[in-house]
Design a protein around this ligand. Structure first.
Ligand code: PLP
Length: 403
């Protein structure tokens, strides 16, 4: 009889968004005519930029011609043309990342989850709380010990390390999902120094880097000295270029990042990860890699930035509403997420129910992202501008009626 990985039984039974979907369904059954505005799930809504679609079509056409057809890609790490484009992109904002340090993947979620394969089960994992759930779940699935660094109102939801606590692997996400907070250069320096002191590795998720506008907020951890010896970075085109349905991202493991094995040898994490991916992953389709490379062309960047600017305008509308109402929040700047404190000290799920019932606006209860999320709430700027304005008008009425 097969034995189960019983760590799975310790996971939360219902995934956050399944609970939300159930509540919406029940509400719709009771109020079939309700005009529901969804600002919950962090998915993009604008179509993919024309230059990107053109490149993908060209890639498809090449697949239909004998001379240009492509099967498996040799290295499995991604085509050189895309790795060079990603490297150029990094260099454009001051991060010295080379093509052979980059591996192309089918989005950041897979790598965020799969990276645990190359680390032993006895590592102490440090996750900031609240957090994007995959960091916690993938480590719980393999039975690892997780400790938490509190992100809360006092530190502006940007947790900093406790020098008295040891960790081996540290997950950081900036701009943060769900809190929209960001780490400055100085704060990242503190984390890197902490990692060095503890011989720890940082796993840095920069999936929302394209939303950064503040010059003091680094677009990559590699903008900071010492990061190449301590950090792995994961990024994705999902939010940068609307690739949630296309699936393409990249992970950077610098050559300088080495860990000492139990026999004393220095092991390159890049080689270990390459070995893992070589065994378990066969790469991203050629047309999608062509599309991804087009994102980093002059025309592609211009077009994807138009979409990002649209979402940034929505974020500004939401943030302005919160400011006018005197509701405390983080995010909205450098981020498509607005993380606000529920009025009247309500709990997250209670406020979710109230918003759905009274104004038919759906968001995400902060409690679903960790214990420090209780009493907080996430709205996303990925929707339609008109609908965002309408949602904020309804929200203003609701909050005024509470006070
Ligand atoms: N990292 C963060 C912080 C995210 O919020 C998301 C998606 O919402 C991802 C990674 C994964 O994105 P994808 O797998 O689409 O690249």
């Amino acid at each position: 009889m097969p034995q189960l990985n019983e760590n799975f039984l310790k996971l939360e039974k219902n995934y956050l968004f399944i609970n939300i979907a159930k509540k919406i369904k029940a509400f719709k059954n009771e109020h079939p005519d309700a005009d529901i505005i969804r600002m919950g799930i962090g998915d993009v809504t604008l179509p993919i930029a024309p230059a990107v679609i053109e490149a993908m079509k060209k890639g498809c056409d090449e697949m239909g011609v004998k001379e240009t057809f492509r099967g498996y890609e040799d290295s499995g790490a991604g085509y050189d043309f895309l790795r060079e484009a990603v490297s150029g992109y990094y260099k454009s904002f001051g991060a010295d990342v080379f093509p052979d340090e980059i591996r192309i993947n089918d989005g950041a979620k897979s790598d965020c989850g799969n990276i645990v394969d190359i680390f032993g089960d006895d590592n102490v994992i440090l996750v900031t709380d609240p957090a994007y759930p995959v960091y916690v779940d993938s480590n719980l699935m393999s039975g690892r010990k997780i400790i938490y660094a509190d992100s809360n109102e006092e530190n502006g939801f940007a947790a900093m390390p406790d020098e008295n606590v040891h960790a081996d692997i540290i997950y950081l996400c900036s701009p943060n999902n769900p809190t929209g907070s960001v780490y400055t250069r100085d704060q990242l320096k503190v984390w890197i120094n902490y990692a060095r002191k503890n011989n720890a590795v940082i796993i840095y998720d920069s999936a929302y880097e394209a939303f950064i506008t503040d010059p003091d907020v680094p677009r990559s951890i590699y903008c900071i000295e010492g990061a190449k010896e301590t950090a792995i970075e994961m990024c994705s085109l999902s939010k940068t270029a609307g690739f949630t349905g296309m699936r393409c991202g990249y992970t950077v493991i610098p050559d300088a990042l080495k860990v000492t094995a139990s026999d004393g040898t220095q092991v390159s994490l890049s080689q270990l990860w390459g070995r893992r991916q070589g065994s378990k992953f066969n790469g991203v389709s050629y047309p999608v890699q062509c599309a991804a490379a087009a994102v980093f062309t002059e025309e592609g960047l211009k077009q994807v930035h138009e979409n990002i600017a649209y979402y940034q305008e929505n974020a500004r509308i939401i943030a302005d509403t919160m400011t006018k109402l005197g509701v405390k929040f983080t995010g909205g700047i450098n981020s498509p997420y607005i993380w606000f404190k529920c009025p009247c000290d309500m709990k997250s799920w209670d406020f979710f129910d109230l918003m759905l019932e009274k104004i038919a606006v759906v968001g995400t209860p902060g409690a679903g992202f960790g214990k420090n999320g209780e009493g907080w709430f996430r709205l996303t700027a990925f929707g339609d501008k008109g609908r965002t304005i309408e949602a904020m008008a309804r929200f203003s009425e609701l909050v005024k009626s509470l006070s």
